[in-house]
Write a protein that binds this ligand. Structure first.
Ligand code: XMP
Length: 509
């Protein structure tokens, strides 16, 4: 395995992804991780991630410096490299010119990470500090126009540093550099697959739950369905799934899902209707974070009430994924900033009695789909587009009322119908409608109208960490707009969202 030490970069989960794409298991730990714990893990290599701090700030994150004496190869990326250099006696200074974006790298040492990379390659930089002086034994392996030490190596000790980010897509040969690190430098083997993940995960779940019972919030999305299958394989009838109709689902979704889930999962599912609880608590609430927190809390109240009815229920399972964890809080104690509170992570009450089981916590969506496949999950469930826990509440900007819910449901239903008919459904990460808290003037049949505006959002993405707006054909967009305005009373204007993530997010709230 490879150990990644999290210094708080928004990209550290991408490092994990890249390592796993090479079928090598990796784990992320906070900088404070104990040195004995590291020794016990017996990693083949250690990667120090980037981070937002400057090494000279008072509270900048630091890990135990003895990692450099374990005889294990270490790769420091950006802040990780600066930490390594400073810890081993070199120095770092504020750069004259900050370097963000593309930089052409001139490779000087064609070995180690740079074996087969060539003389020049595009890399992606994001730093304000640079290496001033290297510690003894380190040499410069590559430079850019603005950064003398863009890469460094201590050959004898197998210590490597990169000022740029090899994990991001924009570093053209980044994957090849990581591959060199994993296989040539660390001697890793490609043994980690979804089958092996499932096997390990099932035995871990068995060990955790033993003869107790576990309940799981089943939404019908791929994450909770895969979690259900995994836990069912581990504890069988000790798993009870709870499907909550929160009144914030898409048109006819609750009824359709009930049928599909019963048919395909063949596990113990309870269907609970809690529409009024949710809608009452949300009335007059317009702040996005408040909406999320309220919804998270009511979900928990419902689960806890259901758990009380189940003998020995001590655990709550959730299909939480890695991006949810990363964006809600720093997963590993690093200083990553909070973007929004995903309800299944940020909304949990502090005094919750149920213990959490989250077997997908470190997986990305595409990995979950592969896992679903390995577990034999139905294709339609595997390929369902993600739907957020807080549902339509975060797609109705402003106040949530039964009338606005009904309008959005009708708009969304037409959109989904057209997207499915056009063959785009599986090609898109998500496609959905948003109802704006604005009205605009229109003209219908010689009459003035003053009605709602609906926004259409369709994005492509691999893991929801980044996303691009989908270049849907104009003809399709035209048809969607035309149908919505003609068929949904109360909407007289449709706009298409052409923002990418970042800087926008996929959902509007
Ligand atoms: P954002 O809007 O943060 O969304 O770019 C990234 C992905 O996460 C989904 N999402 C959620 N999923 N609970 C969930 O289970 C939530 O609270 C939540 N908020 C956003 C979103 O639909 C997108 O796929």
């Amino acid at each position: 395995m490879i150990l990644i030490i999290d210094f708080g970069s928004q990209y550290n989960q991408l490092i994990a992804r890249r390592v796993r794409e090479f079928h090598v298991y990796c784990q992320i730990d906070p900088p404070g991780v104990d040195i004995d714990h590291i020794k016990n893990l017996k990693p083949k290599g250690i990667i120090l991630s980037g981070g937002p701090s400057s090494i000279y700030e008072k509270n900048s994150p630091k890990c135990d410096q003895r990692i450099f004496d374990l005889g294990i190869p270490v790769l420091g990326i950006c802040y990780g490299m600066q930490f390594m250099v400073k810890a081993l006696g070199g120095s770092v200074k504020r750069s004259q010119k900050r370097e963000y974006g593309f930089a052409a790298l001139n490779v000087k040492k064609h070995e180690g990470l740079f074996k087969g990379i060539g003389e020049k390659t595009d890399t992606w930089m994001s730093h304000g500090d640079s290496i001033e002086k290297l510690p003894r034994g380190f040499i410069i392996a590559a430079s850019t126009e603005n950064t003398r030490v863009a890469a460094t190596v201590h050959r004898k000790k197998n210590l490597y540093g990169l000022q740029f980010h090899p994990e991001v897509h924009h570093t053209v040969r980044g994957k090849a550099m990581l591959r060199n690190f994993l296989f040539d430098v660390c001697g890793c083997k490609r043994t980690w697959t979804m089958k092996s993940f499932a096997r390990d995960s099932i035995s871990q779940i068995k060990e955790t739950i033993q003869d107790k019972s576990v309940i799981l919030g089943l939404s019908g999305g791929v994450d909770s369905s895969v979690t259900a299958l995994l836990i069912h394989k581990a504890v069988g009838k000790n798993l009870t799934c709870i499907f909550v109709d929160n009144g914030l689902l898409r048109k006819d979704e609750a009824a359709k899902l009930k049928k599909t889930l019963k048919q395909h999962l063949r596990i113990n599912i309870r269907f609970v209707s809690a529409k009024t609880n949710f809608l009452k608590a949300l009335s007059n609430v317009t702040d996005p974070e408040k909406k999320r927190k309220i919804i998270g809390k009511i979900f928990m109240d419902v689960f806890e009430a259901e758990a009380k009815k189940i003998k020995g229920a001590e655990f709550l399972a959730q299909g939480t994924l890695y991006p949810d964890v990363i964006e809600s809080q720093s997963a590993f104690g690093g200083p990553t900033s909070v973007i929004k509170s995903h309800h299944n992570v940020g909304g949990l009450p502090k005094n919750m009695k149920l213990k959490l089981v989250e077997p997908l916590r470190y997986l990305f969506k595409d990995e979950v789909r592969l896992l679903g496949k390995a577990l034999g999950l139905d294709e339609d469930l595997i390929w369902r587009q993600p739907f957020p826990g807080p549902g339509l509440a975060i797609r109705i900007i402003g106040e949530i009322t039964p009338k606005r819910l009904s309008i959005l449901r009708d708009v969304d239903d037409i959109l989904l119908d057209e997207i499915k008919n056009s063959g785009y459904y599986r090609k898109l990460w998500q496609s959905f409608a948003v109802l704006l808290p604005l009205k605009s003037v229109g003209v219908m049949g010689d009459q003035r109208t003053y009605e709602n505006i609906a926004a259409v959002r369709a994005v492509t993405s691999i893991d929801a960490m980044t996303a691009d707006w989908a270049r849907l054909p104009h003809k399709l967009l035209g048809k969607i707009s035309n149908r919505i305005i003609n068929e949904v009373t109360g909407v007289n204007r449709v706009v298409y969202d052409i923002s990418s993530k970042p800087p926008s997010t996929i959902e509007w709230e």
